[in-house]
Design a protein around this ligand. Sequence first.
Ligand code: ZN
Length: 105
Amino acid sequence: MKSVSARKAQLLARQAALEARLESIDDELKTHNDPDWDDQAAKREGDEVLEGVGVNGQQELLQIKAALERIESGSYGNCARCGDQISQDRLDLLPATPFCRDCAA
Ligand SMILES: [Zn+2]
């Protein structure tokens, strides 16, 4: 079983990676406003993909922040809905998840 501090390190690393990723997406979207980019259809399509990645990333960041808060308050690892312990296997895959397998289904 991983310690809470190991989980916290994992979450902080993921948070830093996501923030760097979102920043590069922002930069990428800005370069698309360059008038030299003349293939409008390809531009729009590319932007939609980037924005989709951005939205998912933002949501994951919020989840990670909430998980870090639960670590601070001592409730991390318990399902936010039913209160059961979330399995270690599940936390290995989804360290920021607030729900046990049953409640997330
Ligand atoms: Zn649950």
